[in-house]
Design a protein around this ligand. Structure first.
Ligand SMILES: Cc1cc2nc3c(=O)[nH]c(=O)nc-3n(C[C@H](O)[C@H](O)[C@H](O)COP(=O)(O)OP(=O)(O)OC[C@H]3O[C@@H](n4cnc5c(N)ncnc54)[C@H](O)[C@@H]3O)c2cc1C
Ligand code: FES
Length: 303
């Protein structure tokens, strides 16, 4: 198994400059940050699925009319800890490396993020963790996305098409309804890929859960299991079902897990993921250091 791309050697704390921060839906934003010098070098080789810790403690809250009523109380909380975010894109422009984060406003830190604007400086620790790996002989990569899992798989889709042009990349993305997709299906990937949408309410594409849509797609496409790899990111219940489907069909599967993270670098043990060791025993891996991407068959899901 080989890592996608060249894992960056120089992780560290870097100051980035905000290039843009645009709203792409009711609660979704795309934040682009530029890095030069050592930061540019470090993020240049970022592997899809890796993440960074952003310091949002000094960022001001948006004006009161821009705060959703359900976040009014929590918005006042001070931001003691950095927050982890993965990248939806990493590109090189001249001497700069530009990373993009697709984020959803869910609490005080992501709310403050919406106030960032061009030329603001932001402290970022990264790139952290281990990203997706590629099994060389695969013919089809099935990217299974639930809601905000779109970010790292968007990065992965572009990366795979650039590095392995002959690999067929298929996106199967699910959300509750059409409005809940944090991306535009046509522009998810810079290259043409087969895209299948699933919505719980049937407002776009397949009506039903994204995992049923995966079963439907596998049923319609007569492929050898050993030729497929599934990459997935999204809510844990969905990941659990994706892993079950992959195991039933003996398809290789990697999942990007999320955990509450305090340090992000393996010191505080707050992000444990229960896994199966090859001996059959249970071991605790750290999402920030050993993950966030894990072999699906190794994860013991709690939900
Ligand atoms: C490796 C990794 C990559 C991530 N990438 C992205 C990304 O690309 N885009 C994005 O929008 N978000 C991403 N997240 C989630 C993001 O870090 C959290 O939403 C963040 O905590 C938001 O901070 P907040 O102060 O706005 O909300 P908080 O007050 O911190 O959280 C709001 C609510 O979400 C819950 N929550 C927060 N983080 C997690 C988590 N990791 N797992 C389960 N529940 C959680 C909290 O318990 C709380 O109920 C990622 C998380 C991890 C671990
Ligand atoms: S977040 Fe501290 S050990 Fe993982």
């Amino acid at each position: 198994m080989c890592k996608l791309g060249i894992a960056p050697k120089n992780k560290g704390m870097f100051s980035g400059t905000v290039i843009s921060n645009r709203s792409v839906g009711e609660r979704f934003y795309r934040l682009s940050i530029g890095f030069s010098d050592a930061g540019g070098e470090a993020f240049r080789g970022c592997v899809p699925g890796q993440f960074a810790q952003l310091d949002l403690s000094e960022v001001a809250l948006p004006s009161i009319d821009k705060i959703q009523p359900e976040l009014a109380d929590s918005s006042k909380r001070s931001i003691l800890l950095r927050r982890p975010f993965s990248f939806s894109d990493v590109r090189i422009e001249g001497t700069e490396t530009i990373v993009e984060i697709l984020y959803c406003v869910v609490g005080p830190a992501s709310l403050r993020m919406t106030s960032l604007s061009a030329d603001d400086n932001i402290s970022v620790i990264g790139p952290l963790g281990n990203g997706f790996s590629m099994l060389k002989k695969k013919v089809t990569a099935l990217l299974v996305v639930g809601g905000m899992g779109a970010g790292p798989l968007q990065h992965l889709a572009n990366f795979l098409k650039e590095e392995q042009p002959n690999l067929k990349v298929v996106l199967i993305a699910g959300a509750k309804s059409k409005e809940e997709f944090p991306f535009d299906a046509e522009s998810f990937c810079r290259y043409e890929i087969e895209t299948v949408l699933a919505t719980d309410d049937g407002s776009a594409g397949f009506k039903g859960f994204v995992t049923d849509c995966v079963l439907d797609w596998l049923g319609k496409n007569d492929l050898r299991s050993e030729d497929i790899i599934i990459y997935s990111c999204g809510p844990e219940l969905m990941l659990r079902r994706v892993v079950e489907i992959a195991a039933e069909r003996e398809i290789d599967c990697q999942v990007s897990m999320e955990r509450l993270m305090a340090c992000g670098i393996g010191l505080c043990q707050s992000c444990a993921v229960e896994c199966k060791a090859s001996s059959g025993e249970t071991v605790y891996k750290l999402c920030c250091k050993d993950g966030p991407v894990f072999d699906g068959e190794k994860v013991i899901f709690k939900l």
